[in-house]
Design a protein around this ligand. Structure first.
Ligand code: GTP
Ligand code: MG
Length: 216
């Protein structure tokens, strides 16, 4: 699958104001600052499509991007960012958890973790929570440009061993870097394997997007 068209669709505060489209969705989730929005831009080959920041907590809403006109990438706010007020953090987490648990057309959750470190408690806690989510998940290792390959390979092995020891699912792990664009092809392939077949032009799903654009 080639990604030849990616556009921002809309932002949502929570499940109730997500787009009414039923196009298949793939979500990016992970700790604040792990590189979710950068990865959206890397896949889309567009620098400014999703907002990237050095400061954690940049993405505050659920952001929907139309990919190739027939599936949707959802950039979610990060978890574990302590600097927002407790009340606000709870509402982010609630919006994200309602989306992950309740969004019917969610086909895949990509959990982004930092390739530079061994498994962090927060990420393991999230992966544990995700066991009850109806959609399948994979792990994406981010920022591999920051460490030598043997280091992230070792962290990958430790991840697999730790998940197995905790009796959690051991999903595929895709290494990536938004800086040198490595892993782009493999990640697109993995995403495609969870999506339904691309609808033919003129079918009801491809027309749905045009309708969505007209009504915004
Ligand atoms: N070296 C390197 N830096 C990266 C990579 N991906 C992201 N960054 C940097 O990490 C910081 C956070 O990136 P974002 O894409 O905004 O992270 P996020 O996960 O969307 O963060 P929140 O929206 O706050 O949850 C920015 O300074 C990026 O430039 C990468 O692959 N390599
Ligand atoms: Mg972000």
């Amino acid at each position: 699958m080639k990604i030849d068209a990616a556009t921002f669709l809309t932002s949502a505060k929570g499940l109730e104001d997500c787009p009414r489209s039923t196009l298949p969705e793939v979500a990016f989730i992970g700790r604040s600052n792990v590189g979710k929005s950068s990865l959206v831009n890397m896949l889309a080959k567009q620098k400014g499509l999703a907002k990237v920041s050095k400061k954690p907590g940049a993405t505050k809403l659920l952001n929907f991007f139309a990919m190739n006109g027939w599936w949707t990438l959802v950039d979610l706010p990060g978890y574990g960012f302590a600097q927002v007020s407790k009340g606000k953090q709870a509402s982010f987490n609630q919006a994200v958890s309602e989306y992950l648990m309740g969004r019917k057309q969610l086909k895949l959750v990509c959990v982004l973790v930092d390739s530079r470190s061994e498994p962090l408690e927060l990420d393991l806690a999230f992966l544990n929570w995700l066991e009850d989510c109806p959609a399948p998940h994979i792990i994406v290792f981010t920022k591999t440009d920051e460490v030598p390959e043997p280091t992230w390979q070792r962290n990958m092995d430790i991840y697999r061993e730790t998940l197995a020891a905790l009796e959690l699912r051991v999903p595929d792990i895709v290494p990536s870097s938004s800086v040198d664009r490595s892993g782009r092809g493999v990640l697109i392939q993995r995403i495609q394997s969870f999506l339904p077949k691309r609808p033919r032009k003129g079918s009801s799903s491809s027309m749905q997007l045009n309708w969505l654009k007209k009504t915004r």
